[in-house]
Design a protein around this ligand. Structure first.
Ligand code: FMN
Length: 344
């Protein structure tokens, strides 16, 4: 059975990628995950110097029994470029033996910082770069070193285009751009990126759930430290979690696949092998998982086994040939739309 896919300038042994999070911050974490069947593993988003991230609590289950609603408000806690470069270097050979690509995720407060990390990732053995232009939980409320990271790079479209193109020039590797969904479903932003920037893939989180949990003993809201700090400083908050949002991830993938020819790598609530197949049929070149791995460290291997089973059950031989299969049965935008999409 053929699980191989072409995704954003890479040939992958299957469509499943471990997405960026705390488990990929160290050499031990990377070395563990490159042997678990994934076609690629994305490093924790790295900045020039180590960042302590948001005040605790950061990573916790709002629903410890069900494990569906995960707080990920780490605000880019990471060990810094020196240690991540070393972690990639120490993992590169094992990754190659397992045909698992290492994708280096980074951001920075200046273009120079980002270009330097990307060049160092390339030298250390990364197969692609993922530019974090998405992280919503950073900002000056955490200190100056957090002022212009992650999502800051898409606040201005020209800045986003310039970043992607500068990184493309600085390295020989494919450059993936992880972007906020709200920007991707804005037609003017998407068209500008498609026509002026040369990203090899767009990565996105297909949906995040608005969320409020109340601690019954006190009647107080349960919120990550980042939002408690924002409240303290009188800044607006919008509590969201990664959760059971798979159906909206599939819809957003189909919607974006209709609008853009740039390969799409989606994440958001994917936990089963059947979810991988649906995402590919919606037009994804590959998928990423995170929450499923926090729930079960071996989730990737299980999902790949389920993918093989469901393909066999339906008599499918090559997953690549199923890419975008649903699109012919859906109208083109604007007759197909999603909440919040901007067309003017
Ligand atoms: C604890 C935690 C840390 C994360 N850190 C990063 C990060 O550093 N960079 C990034 O691009 N995404 C980060 N993410 C987002 C995930 O990579 C993923 O896109 C998102 O959780 C949606 O996928 P899921 O529903 O499978 O969890 C993080 C998520 C969590 C839960």
């Amino acid at each position: 059975m053929g699980l191989g896919v072409r995704a954003g300038g890479l040939q992958l042994k299957n469509p499943l990628i471990l997405s960026s999070a705390a488990y990929s911050s160290t050499a031990a974490g990377l070395r563990q995950h490159v042997t678990r069947g994934y076609a690629a593993v994305v490093t924790k988003t790295t900045t020039t110097t180590p960042l302590a991230g948001a005040p605790k609590p950061t990573v916790f289950w709002y629903d410890p029994e069900e494990k569906n609603l995960l707080s990920g408000a780490e605000a880019l806690r990471n060990p810094g470029a020196d240690r991540m470069v070393e972690a990639i270097r120490r993992t590169a050979e094992l990754a190659e033996e397992n045909d698992c690509k290492i994708i280096g995720s980074c951001t920075g407060n200046t273009m120079e910082e980002i270009l330097s990390i990307c060049r160092r990732f390339e030298e250390a053995g990364a197969a692609a770069i993922e530019l974090n232009m998405v992280c919503p939980s950073t900002g000056p409320h955490l200190g100056q070193e957090y002022a212009c990271l992650g999502k800051w790079w898409v606040d201005d479209t020209d800045r986003a285009v310039e970043l992607i193109n500068s990184v493309k020039k600085a390295v020989q590797l494919p450059v993936w751009s992880k972007l906020p969904l709200a920007k991707l479903i804005d037609k003017s932003f998407l068209e500008a990126l498609d026509s002026k920037a040369g990203a090899d893939a767009y990565c996105f989180v297909g949906g995040r759930m608005p969320n409020l949990k109340i601690e019954l003993a006190t009647g107080k809201p349960v919120l990550p430290g980042n939002l408690l700090l924002r409240m303290e400083k009188g800044l607006p908050i919008s509590p969201m979690v990664t959760g059971p949002v798979k159906p909206s991830t599939i819809l957003h993938t189909a919607f974006l696949a209709k609008l853009s020819r740039t390969p799409l790598v989606c994440s958001g609530g994917l936990t089963r092998g059947t979810d991988i197949l649906e995402a590919v049929m919606a037009g994804a070149a590959a998928v990423q998982i995170c929450k499923a791995v926090y729930r079960d460290i071996k989730a990737g291997a299980r999902m790949l086994e389920e993918l093989r089973e469901v393909m066999e059950c339906h008599g499918y031989e090559e997953i690549q040939s199923l890419k975008g299969r649903v699109l012919a049965s859906l109208p083109d935008p604007p007759l197909l739309t999603v909440p919040g999409a901007k067309y003017d």
